[in-house]
Structures are given as C-alpha cells and as structure tokens.
Ligand binder design. Structure first.
Ligand code: ADP
Ligand code: MG
Length: 399
C-alpha cells in the first residue's frame, strides 16, 4: 500500500522526529563511508525548506543497550554539518530533560541530532515507555531509515503508534522503485540470485520466481542446485540439507515455464584462498579436491546475455567470492552487463552493493538499495514493520 510522505503533511513550524539510518562504518571517529548520511539529505533539506524543527535519531553499531562512547553519533553530526551546510546541534541524551531542552530551543529549519538511540536497552525491545519518551519530543514522525525498517524497534515502529507517521524521501524511493519492479515490471524481468547459501535466500527465490521471466543462479548457492541435479561438486560449499528445496524450486520453475539458469562452467580452486591455484572447468568435471569459487567465463557470457536483453533486473548476491580478485570475474561481468541494460536495474543486499561499488558501476544502476537485510525481506514479499505503521495514502490526489 502506498504511504504518505513528508510532501503529504504540513510540517511548518512543527517538531519532526526523523528516524534516519546513520549506521556508517567508522575507523575510530573517522567515517570511512558517508553514503548513508548523504542518502538522508533530501529529506533533511526538504524539511528545512518547509520550516520544520528537525530532530534526527539513529542507531550506530551494536552498543547493546549501554552507553558506549566509541559508538557516539557526535562525529556523524560533524560530518552532517558539512553536508547540509548548516549547524547541527548535538544532544548527548536522546530522551529526557537534556533532549527536551535542546528541542525547546529549535527554530524552524534548525537541525538537532540525538545521541545513539541504542544506548537505551528499550530501543531494540520496542519498549512502550521509551517509544513514549521519544514521541514526547515531537509532533510528527518521519521514517527515512529503510535499512532498519525490517526491525520493530522503539524509534522505527513503537513511536509511530503515538505520532502521525509518514515516509521520508529515501524510504519513499526504496519502496517505489522496488515495489514497482515487483508489481508491474517491464519485461523481460530477470532476477540474479547469488551469495553463499541457498538457506539465506529461499524466501527471496520463491517470491521472485513467481514474478520474473528468468532466474539466474550463481555464487556458492548454485552448487547446491547443481548437486541436486546430480553433479559432483568436489570440495565446494554444498548445503546437502537444502538439495530438496533446490529440486522443488527447479520443478516450480519448469512448471511455470520460467527460465532458470545454472552455471555450465566454474572457476575451480584447490583452497579457499586469494592465492589458491585455480582453473576453469565444466560442471561435469569437478575433481574431489576442488571447490567452485566463481562462475566460469561461459556462464558469465550466458548470464550477461540474459541480463542485457532484459528490461527489468534485480540482483541480490555475488556470483563468486568477489572479495578475492581471482574469483571476482563472474560478479564483475554480470555487473558490467547490468550497467548496459536499457531498463530498470536494482541492486539489493550488502555484499552485492559492495561488489557493484568495487567495480565502479554504482552510478550506472537505477537503484542501489541502502538496506541489506531490509531489501532482502522486501524482495521476499514481507511487510516491513517500520513501513506498515506509516499512514496510508488516502487515495485523494496529491495535487
Ligand atoms: P548479499 O550480502 O549481497 O545478500 P550474501 O551475504 O548472501 O550476499 O553472500 C555474499 C558472500 O557469498 C560473499 O562473502 C561471497 O564471498 C560468498 N560467496 C559467493 N560465492 C561463493 C562460493 N562459490 N563459495 C563460497 N562463498 C561464496
Ligand atoms: Mg551479505
């Protein structure tokens, strides 16, 4: 269901509690990648332009309900200040009198950043009292933290029962691009699923199989499908307890007339190591001591062909152990093909996004999801609790 956004709500002069995802990688107090902070800028700028009093809240890392100075949001406030070009006031407490006092001083357009909300044990427990303490700071709630929307926490779910809640612009874009691909894709519609294990992705494969025209399987999980077809995979990662699931997914694909592509050749290594000896071999010819760490060049060519001739492509999970140069070719070839698609290209999943960024192709995708786990759950067709609580669009035209 379509959700109201900050554009559907009058926020002028109002205190707006914005849940963002500022869970950025840190090296000490240095932010090594500020993508997530940048991703929240459209919402912050829009709210500033409308004269809202902005209260930003986020988690950082896993402090497990205790104050951990190493996980303070203070350095993030500094970076945000440079990016928005306006002072960002920092509140060393996220609730209570200290936070209240900061909020009371806010003028329209001012930006306040609260300390790490996970310093409170009630955050991840979705504690009602904590949610009420956050809610008491504001008049309106905005969720722009797509990456945390699959969790029902006090600042992602509980608070939205106490304040009118709408989606921020990043959240809106995530739901729109991925939602449209799933509901009315331009065809051919192809999904590429990879990564280490079938067990992590059964839900995604099942849900996408019903929607797509083609399903390309790569990465470690392809081994389990190949093993289910009777191939010998040597020392490769194979989930023997998932061979039945793999078999039934292949049957479903066949019955539904979907193309399900599996590797025809593999990059075979003698050890799981960056400098391991490797050769290209057919799926018919894997020796007992060998392990498949990437799809082979013929498979890459076939997959790239399937991708380039599609109008909508969703990719989750690398084609091989892309972290090691020797086993990155399959992932890179598919990434390059994604970049050449005349249509919609969507990347979801933490490692897949890292692979696309490493290949320098991020700019050439239609959409790179900011949510790893959240995008996976979305692609599984699950309702994200942080989205479910937001106000539905009432059907009245926005004009
Ligand atoms: P994402 O984060 O995009 O959802 P996953 O976490 O499911 O992706 O999978 C990524 C991991 O899968 C990577 O660390 C990669 O090294 C691993 N992987 C890919 N192919 C293989 C393989 N053939 N054998 C073992 N591990 C693999
Ligand atoms: Mg991952």
């Amino acid at each position: 269901m379509e959700k109201k956004t900050i554009r559907d709500m009058d926020v002028r002069g109002k205190r707006v509690f914005v849940r963002v995802d500022f869970n950025v990688p840190l090296d000490g107090t240095t932010i090594t990648d500020d993508t997530r902070i940048r991703a929240a800028l459209p919402t912050i700028q829009e709210l500033r332009a409308k004269g809202a009093r902005i209260i930003l809240a986020s988690h950082l890392g896993r402090p497990k309900g205790k104050v951990d100075p190493a996980l303070s949001l203070r350095p993030i406030g500094k970076r945000l200040e440079q990016l928005v070009g306006t002072p960002v006031i920092f509140s060393e407490e996220s609730i209570g009198p200290v936070a209240q006092a900061h909020v009371e001083k806010l003028q329209p357009g001012d930006v306040l950043l609260l300390e790490n909300v996970r310093f409170h044990p009630g955050e991840e427990k979705n504690d009602q009292d904590l949610a009420a303490a956050f809610a008491s700071l504001a008049d309106v709630y905005v969720n722009d933290a797509f990456g945390t929307a699959h969790r029902a926490h006090a600042t992602t779910e509980g608070i939205a029962h106490l304040l009118p809640g709408v989606a921020g612009m990043l959240m809106e874009r995530e739901l729109k691009v991925m939602g449209e691909a799933l509901t009315h894709p331009e065809r051919p519609f192809t999904a590429i699923i990879g990564g280490a294990k079938v067990s992590d992705k059964i839900g995604v494969i099942e849900h996408l199989l019903a929607k797509v025209d083609r399903l390309l399987i790569g990465g470690g999980m392809a081994n389990t499908f190949l093993a289910a077809k009777g191939y010998e995979l040597g020392a490769s990662l194979v989930e023997t307890d998932r061979m039945d699931v793999a078999r039934s997914l292949m049957e479903k694909a066949q019955q539904a007339g979907k193309e399900l592509l599996l590797p025809v050749d593999l990059v075979l290594a003698t050890a799981f190591a960056a400098d391991a000896q490797a050769r290209i071999g057919s799926v018919h010819d894997v020796q007992a001591h060998e392990m498949a760490l990437d799809i082979g060049p013929e498979t890459s060519r076939l997959y790239a062909q399937a991708v380039i001739t599609s109008k909508t492509v969703i990719w989750n999970g690398p084609m091989g152990v892309f972290e090691m140069e020797r086993f990155a070719a399959g992932t890179n070839t598919v990434a390059q093909a994604m970049a050449e698609v005349h249509g919609v290209t969507i990347i979801g999943g933490g490692d897949s996004v890292a692979a696309i960024e490493k290949a320098g192709l991020a700019e050439r995708m239609t959409h790179i999801s900011t949510g790893g786990g959240a995008s996976l759950e979305f692609l599984e067709g699950k309702i994200l609790p942080g989205v479910a609580v937001l106000q539905p669009m009432d059907g009245v035209s926005k004009a």
